[in-house]
Design a protein. Structure first.
Length: 134
């Protein structure tokens, strides 16, 4: 997806969406990011020949800043072309407490989600629901 198309898609949510050209990772730092023509299937840890260096932000620091500003996260969708489980495993206990729903594709988070979350799975989408925030 081109940046122009992405910005058009999020226009009606601009008061609730923050856009950054940085990646997200368990640890902040510089990572190799594979890119390809469509822009849909690239990512950190993705096999491919065309790579660029990207700056990644720490997932817990960024979630913490959002929670500090808004009190909680109503719905967190993680779609990172293969890094979903790694990112979900990295979420701190403190941040889990303030996430109402987490959606991700092609994941199995049973081993890393807190006990107070309920898991639903539809086709290839996993939905984790915080029973303490419902």
């Amino acid at each position: 997806m081109t940046l122009k198309k992405y910005m058009k898609n999020i226009e009606k949510f601009k008061d609730r969406v923050y856009f950054s050209n940085k990646a997200i990772a368990p640890k902040a730092g510089e990572y190799e990011f594979t890119i390809e023509e469509t822009g849909k299937f690239g990512g950190i840890g993705v096999i491919g020949n065309n790579k660029i260096k990207v700056l990644a932000l720490n997932i817990n620091k960024e979630l913490g800043l959002i929670i500090e500003k808004h009190g909680k996260i109503d719905c967190l969708k993680i779609d990172t072309e293969g890094m979903e489980e790694i990112l979900i495993e990295a979420i701190s206990d403190k941040n889990w407490l303030n996430i109402a729903v987490l959606l991700s594709e092609n994941t199995n988070s049973l081993k890393s989600m807190p006990f107070y979350f309920k898991r639903e799975y539809y086709y290839n989408v996993e939905r984790l629901i915080n029973t303490r925030l419902q």
